[in-house]
Design a protein around this ligand. Structure first.
Ligand code: SF4
Length: 103
């Protein structure tokens, strides 16, 4: 969470980052920040209750294949247009889920 807090201490980045992450196809910047916060919290919770941090290579491959067939998947950026997440990272973590329940 320190990363998120530090992100907004820099006034210059305050102006640049939303423009960098926003796009017409993606959720607005603050929705993406909320999504990242939930992601960080779920990873943190998983580490507390002993859940393995990462899924197997096979599971992450199945997840990314499912994304590849999805209309929300932006192949160029490897991002989900529904949640704004970078899928090559998100699919590897145990406590993450597709926002429309595909995995
Ligand atoms: S996470 Fe879900 S909604 Fe997003 S691209 Fe993958 S399958 Fe589609």
């Amino acid at each position: 969470m320190r990363f998120v807090r530090n992100l907004f201490r820099n006034k210059k980045r305050d102006k640049e980052l939303p423009q960098l992450l926003n796009g017409d196809d993606y959720p607005d910047f603050w929705t993406q920040v909320e999504g990242f916060k939930k992601f960080a919290e779920s990873v943190n919770q998983g580490s507390k209750d002993g859940t393995p941090l990462l899924v197997s290579e096979e599971v992450s491959k199945l997840r990314i294949e499912e994304c590849g067939r999805c209309d929300y998947y932006d192949k160029q950026q490897n991002r989900c247009r529904k949640c704004g997440c970078y899928m090559k990272v998100k699919v590897k973590f145990t406590n993450t889920a597709c926002p429309i329940g595909k995995w």
